[in-house]
Design a protein around this ligand. Structure first.
Ligand SMILES: [Zn+2]
Length: 72
């Protein structure tokens, strides 16, 4: 797989290392309360929350709301 990049919308989580297509997707993978048990969801949890990885390798909030599998 080619190296994933970041941009003004795409981001990489420094905690878990996953790449996200949008800040919304990034926010969605963070769970728990700030200062208490804030953490990243793992892949199983993200999939359980209907998140998915697009063909470019970036996690998206959903493949069905404003995102297509083929969008990069
Ligand atoms: Zn993370």
């Amino acid at each position: 797989m080619s190296e994933l990049t970041t941009s003004h919308t795409k981001c990489k989580c420094t905690a878990c290392g996953h790449h996200f297509k949008s800040t919304a997707a990034f926010d969605k993978h963070r769970t728990g309360s700030h200062g208490v048990d804030r953490r990243c969801m793992d892949e199983i949890e993200m999939l359980a929350h209907k998140m998915a990885r697009n063909v470019g390798g970036y996690w998206v909030t959903s493949l069905f709301v404003g995102e297509s599998y083929w969008s990069k």
